[in-house]
Design a protein around this ligand. Sequence first.
Ligand code: S3P
Length: 442
Amino acid sequence: MNNTKKINYMVSPGGYVRGEARVPGDKSISHRSIMLGSLAEGTTRVSGFLEAEDCLATMQAFRAMGVDIAGPDAGNVTIRGVGMHGLQPPRDALYLGNSGTSMRLLSGLLAGQRFDVTLTGDASLTRRPMKRVTEPLRLMGAEIETSETGTAPLKIHGGAGLQGMHYDMPMASAQVKSCLLLAGLYAQGITSVSEPAPTRDHTERMLAGFGYAVQREGNKICLSSGGHLTATSIDVPGDISSAAFFMVGASIAADSDLTICHVGINPTRTGVIDILRLMGADIALLNERVVGGEPVADIRVRSAALKGIVIPEHLVPLAIDEFPVLFVAAACAEGETRLSGAEELRVKESDRIQVMADGLQILGIDAQPTPDGMVIHPGVIHGGEVDSRGDHRIAMAFTMAALRASGPVVVRDCENVNTSFPGFVDLTRSFGQVLVVEGAEP
Ligand code: S3P
């Protein structure tokens, strides 16, 4: 966190993606395991936890609020839950680094506590929109101060006494939904949220796994306060959002055959598989099984001739984190690809529409940004130097673009890859790509 040292990837052109391996644990599930494990009664054991900066920020925040958390040790974490009302006031502001999930989910969970707390983060996080959570939380009675433009730091005043309510979410956001459900654990009566399109449902699944009743009626999710969470064990599957880079890499690079083992395939996360299949990708799901309430499979991907498509809008929230690398797939396909209905991409860790369009253009691709998406005409990818603007997923997406480039691709500002994918460089190399890291500690 708070990286000052700039890291660049110098990626050699061409190559293939071959092998069999796991990717690190799911980021969304790892965050939630710490949050719910901390509020539970008893000891929660987590395996496969994502030891990346974002999830470590959540872990650190709960330690600062008095929770005894051991690990992570090779993905194992032990959380001694303090119960629904056992969190202690932290001494300082909680620093959440680059992690939007930590800030948005914690704002809901902490709005219902008896103590004051301030949430802050890095330059990217303190620019991101927080009104989407602070406004509905205020409607529930929360007292939260923000900057004039509604961004962090968020100063949350305790003891506000929340009221349950129904909220129609204006955007499809699992972070907003989860924030309000976590606030609902502490609000009087019933809290319900309707989503305009399905979004990832890990919060609902995990609450149920901790024994907390959550109802879903159509697009509405509903819970009552006053219950408690019972500690459990959580086996975190591999993150499909991390697997996605190599799924695209293996699709676009000749002579590729890759199996990524034990990946979460929760249907609210598999838009990337649907979109790649529509583009003609060769993807097989093997050994499908359910692990701790989440569906899991091994994913085999082989090289394929991709074609451009109009991306169905209903798949957008189900692949929201995968568009940087899907744009790279589109650049390597035959025919135009069009994305619309994805304005949320403009408020991620970077403006992912603009930053990807800029980088693809530098590499010689006709990529035209629109307010809510992009139009991409594929072509020959040249070598060149692109800037990830500190966005982990953009850094990894352009690393994959090198597989089809005619010259070396230099990706600037890659230190934040550690926010979601520790070990990315080693895994990339083990699959066959040649990549030098400039600026890394010796
Ligand atoms: C997340 C939800 C998504 C996603 C983010 C993680 C979560 O954000 O982009 O990386 O864990 O709930 P939105 O729900 O705001 O789109």
